[in-house]
Design a protein around this ligand. Structure first.
Ligand SMILES: NC(=O)C1=CN([C@@H]2O[C@H](COP(=O)(O)OP(=O)(O)OC[C@H]3O[C@@H](n4cnc5c(N)ncnc54)[C@H](O)[C@@H]3O)[C@@H](O)[C@H]2O)C=CC1
Ligand SMILES: CC(=O)C(=O)O
Length: 371
């Protein structure tokens, strides 16, 4: 199969879909890898390192898209990329289609075979979302600590306090991968940490692994309102896989937060879980202040730590890319029902229920397509 690796164009998106090691794995398996010129630079990988791994460098983006049977990316395509796709082309990337009507429409019109990293399942987990959620969870605390500084419109408090001075209260809504990694960092920095989740099993697990170092809270609007009010740093980390994120924190709740508090809504890539966050921000302009509270809603947080993220992402994606390329997408999906959950759009049809529901479009089960 001819695999095209495209350079990312999203604001400050420095990740790339394959490392040289991942490229070498595909080439060794008999696949042809076309690599867009300088696509790896932001992650510290030169064109030469990809040539050494067996890739061919292509300088013209259009030529890359025209030739490739499968395009591998990191982020969802943006408007300038929509026209580059052709019918029957496989797109293997994060798609996050539920909050993106224009992108969904474009991929349907182009009859692209869209396999989304974030909805592939294995053993009831999301193996291609996990590595970036680990990164974003850890970053959420780092970023939150930064914006809590007075210079950046924050309260002017240190997460860990100092002896004789109270530490900050971090409140995390959603105790999955993002939430757990955020909690690890926040505990490490000496903050007081509360995690709110709707799953009692998950809360029990978090209580077990963190012992007395976190407070676990059952998710309901009463408890959320109570804890949002106390939060110096509020982290949104919920997920309903493939669907739009539920708005759990209302505008009224945000108004009860003290001025200079900070919200980091990691769940923004699925539309966001905080009512006062109505748009994704960018790494070059990451925050705005509303009701005195600093709001941060960057949808590609791991792009800022591209070297770590590209390595972690390729570690996870490579075995799936290999399966799709060597067996062909249909056979690969037939052989792995978890990979089949990644199919979101196929030849003008929506094949993921959460996406169909979000856009009020008909839903075609993947099984119907695989036959
Ligand atoms: N902004 C960014 O750069 C990035 C964003 N993300 C996003 O972060 C979000 C979280 O991802 P993961 O932690 O991997 O998901 P996950 O599936 O591991 O965890 C989600 C948690 O949310 C909980 N949850 C669902 N509904 C809830 C409710 N009503 N109340 C409280 N808890 C609820 C679930 O029980 C689960 O524990 C996703 O939208 C993901 O795409 C991930 C990586 C980067
Ligand atoms: C998960 C995702 O969208 C990201 O890492 O950017």
């Amino acid at each position: 199969m001819i695999i095209g690796v495209a350079k990312e164009i999203k604001n400050n998106e420095n990740r790339v879909a394959l490392t040289p090691a991942g490229t070498a794995t595909l080439v060794k398996a008999g696949q042809r890898v076309l690599f867009e010129h300088s696509a790896g630079i932001g992650s510290g990988f030169s064109d030469e390192s990809y040539i050494k791994a067996g890739a061919e460098i292509v300088t013209d983006k259009k030529e890359l898209f025209d030739k490739a049977e499968m395009i591998m990316k990191v982020k969802e395509p943006l408007a300038p990329e929509y026209d580059l796709f052709h019918g029957g082309q496989i797109l293997f990337t994060y798609l996050h289609l539920a909050p993106e009507p224009a992108l969904t429409k474009a991929l349907l019109a182009k009859k692209v075979i869209g396999i989304a990293y974030e909805t592939i399942e294995r053993n009831h987990s999301l193996p291609l979302l996990i590595p970036m959620s680990e990164v974003a969870g850890r970053m959420a605390v780092q970023v939150g600590a930064h914006w809590l500084e007075k210079t950046f419109s924050g309260k002017g408090i240190l997460l860990g306090g100092v002896p004789g001075v109270e530490s900050a209260q971090v409140v995390i809504i959603g105790g999955g991968v993002v939430g757990t990694h955020a909690a690890k960092m926040a505990i490490g920095m000496g903050a007081r940490v509360a995690i709110i989740d709707k799953s009692s099993e998950r809360l029990a697990y978090l209580d077990d692994i963190f012992g007395g170092r976190v407070t676990t809270i059952m998710s309901n609007s009463y408890n959320i309102a109570d804890w949002v009010k106390q939060a110096d740093l509020l982290i949104g980390a919920v997920l309903l896989p493939g669907a739009k994120a539920p708005k759990l924190v209302s505008e009224e709740m945000v108004k009860t937060m003290e001025p200079g508090s900070v919200i980091v809504d990691v769940a923004i890539d699925q539309g966001g879980s905080i009512e006062t966050i109505d748009r994704a921000t960018t790494h070059s302009d990451p925050t705005y202040v509303k009701y005195g509270v600093v709001h941060y809603s960057v949808a590609n947080m791991p792009g800022a730590v591209a070297r770590t993220s590209t390595l972690a992402l390729t570690n996870a994606t490579i075995e799936y890319a290999l399966q799709i390329a060597s067996k062909g997408w249909k056979e690969a999906l037939r052989a792995d029902s978890g990979l089949a959950k990644g199919l979101n759009v196929f030849e003008g049809k929506v094949t993921f229920p959460g996406v169909a529901e979000a856009h009020n479009l008909p839903y075609t089960p993947v099984a119907e397509i695989l036959g």
